[in-house]
Design a protein around this ligand. Sequence first.
Ligand SMILES: [Zn+2]
Length: 261
Amino acid sequence: MKIFAIIIVFSLILNPFRVNAGDLKELYSDHFVVVSDKAMDQQYLYKVKNMAEYFYKTLTQEFKFIRDEPWLWAKRAKIFVATDRDEYVKQYNCPEWSSACVDYKGKAIFTYPQQKEFSLILSHELTHIIFREYLGLSQLPLWLDEGMSVYMEYKYEKKPSNDKIILLKKMLSEGKYIKFEELSSLTSLELKNKTKGYVDMFYLEAFSVVNFLVKKWSRYKMSNFFKFIKDGYNINEALCKAYNIRTLEELESQWIKFYQQ
Ligand SMILES: [Zn+2]
């Protein structure tokens, strides 16, 4: 039995691919299993695996999102790669306009190959999973959930955010932004029925609030803020404990002041 186990371990080190009963190819790494059709290009799958491992480590370290259960062995996350876009929509039942979709609880990401901005997509979706898992909440204010994911995209893709900040400043000077009372209560279902302009504004604002909290104070304070939420405080209480910001209006006015300087 022992020898059998050792042979399996060695064969996995030599060849991290396995073909399962459903004729799917599985590529194993420390924290992920990348699943695809067995004809999928191996180089591409290696690229996905390496990218996922890189983001797993960096996203976890950014705000000290240390969770009780690391994604090891049977707890690895899964990345399902369909052969193409049509298969992706058909097999995984993901929205047609999307480039990836996520099962947060099941720690699974569904996508398809050869996408231009795949690393952005992966860092965004992994942030959602890691962030929710760390906080232990299935329900999070949408602005914070999306704001964090977009913030991480900019941070780890080294994507310059200057253009976005200029646009935001313009919106603020014209008073054309989503007021925080509305921003804080928006749900993803409500967002789906909004115009593209509104959705873009929502993502920009969500990102800018996270960016404001990190830049005005520090990553350390942000980690404390998240720790308070993890410990059971609601968003308003956590804002007060970490930043001494007592109301949403106060957050809004400090955010405006920060970007108008
Ligand atoms: Zn998202």
